[in-house]
Design a protein around this ligand. Structure first.
Ligand SMILES: Cc1cc2nc3c(=O)[nH]c(=O)nc-3n(C[C@H](O)[C@H](O)[C@H](O)COP(=O)(O)OP(=O)(O)OC[C@H]3O[C@@H](n4cnc5c(N)ncnc54)[C@H](O)[C@@H]3O)c2cc1C
Length: 331
């Protein structure tokens, strides 16, 4: 017999986690299915050490602390959390939907799709021998700051993520160089201001064209000017963090039997977060509507809307305003 749920939340990033919390408040039998080994989505996987400044009521909170707080919120309810399971198919049946992962098949009345940008992977450094240095001297995210303590570090990239990584590393590393192929940074003005006030040394307009290990295990990075004469330069660093953004893999969604209306890989939703398929709702970075902002705060706002719509439409006997004051906080 296959296990049956009221609500299945696909994706355990901040939006999916908060939807699970709200589903718990409504006493809905809920499962969260997350493909990564840990909950927390982009926040946990990409910038756990970053200080987040734009979550209401929390003037400054590190990524990992925000996710730990969300996890603690979930512990108040008997939710089923499944990590390390990518949803490979969602198909409709007379009682709702069948949800398939490599490990199992479950039944659900309603679905909340909270898959962000899909299964994302970092854009790799396009240098012949990059693979041999990966996870030794070359990283695609500075997840564990201790690895970089008192080290000479180079961060390559020009977006918010690259600036974030450089700013995060500055207080622990011996020195941080931020390398970008253009003279202007793509990052938010606020981030660029922070960069200018920081001890991070900015080197532009250069690209990485070669890597060589030095006798003492450091990395000799060959830099090439972009355009013009293609002049070469060298810098030796202990660690290199390449932050060229991510490529999103939406293939999982494409392979699902249910056909969700998408525009530029984003799921179209109405003001109740309902998709084109009755019973499937979508929230977080993976959705699209007029004025949508891909931010944590936006996903947090969308989560209760989707859960409330599901309760109203599918469990009218259990709907009604729910306030967190009815909960006994766990210490
Ligand atoms: C470097 C960086 C800095 C940022 N800084 C900020 C900031 O300061 N403030 C802010 O508000 N926002 C910030 N953001 C954006 C913020 O992280 C996102 O808006 C937020 O993570 C979106 O949450 P989400 O739950 O919608 O998606 P995600 O965090 O992407 O989570 C989606 C989850 O779904 C899982 N998933 C995908 N496909 C499947 C599948 N088929 N089966 C099972 N699971 C699946 C993924 O593994 C992932 O864990 C930043 C983003 C980056 C990259």
């Amino acid at each position: 017999m296959i296990e049956s749920y009221d609500i299945t939340i696909i994706g355990g990033g901040p939006a999916g986690m908060f939807a699970a919390f709200y589903a718990g408040m409504h006493n809905a039998k809920t499962q969260v299915v997350e493909s990564l080994a840990e909950l927390g989505g982009q926040v946990n996987a990409l910038y756990p050490e970053k200080t987040i400044l734009d979550v209401a009521g929390l003037p400054a909170i590190r990524g990992r602390e925000l996710i730990a707080g969300q996890r603690q919120q979930l512990e108040q309810f008997p939710l089923t959390i499944k990590t390390g399971q990518a949803v490979t198919n969602v198909s409709q049946n007379e009682n709702g939907f069948t949800v398939t992962t490599a490990q199992e098949t479950t039944q659900t009345r309603a679905v909340i799709v909270a898959v962000g940008n899909g299964a994302f992977t970092p854009r790799k450094l396009n240098v012949e021998n990059a693979e041999q240095f990966t996870n030794h001297q070359l990283f695609y995210s500075a997840r564990n700051l201790e690895k970089f303590r008192n080290q000479e570090v180079m961060v390559a990239g020009g977006g918010d993520a690259a600036i974030d990584q450089a700013l995060m590393l500055a207080p622990v590393a011996k020195a941080v160089t931020l390398l970008h192929r253009r003279s202007q940074f793509r990052g938010l003005a606020h981030m660029v201001d922070l960069l200018e006030q920081s001890p991070v040394k900015v080197v532009t307009p250069f690209l990485i064209s070669g890597l060589q290990e030095t006798a003492n295990g450091a990395l000799d990075v060959t830099l090439k000017t972009v355009g013009g004469s293609g002049e070469l330069a060298h810098q030796t660093v202990d660690k290199l963090v390449v932050s060229y953004g991510f490529t999103a893999d939406h293939q999982a969604l494409d392979a699902w039997d249910v056909d969700l209306a998408e525009d530029h890989r984003l799921i179209a939703v109405d003001s109740t977060m309902a998709t084109s398929v009755a019973g499937i709702y979508a929230i977080g970075d993976g959705v699209m509507y007029r004025g949508k902002q891909p931010l944590i705060a936006t996903g947090y706002g969308e989560a209760p809307v989707a859960v409330q719509a599901i309760m109203t439409n599918f469990f009218p006997d259990r709907r009604g305003p729910v306030h967190s004051t009815s909960l006994t906080p766990k210490q």
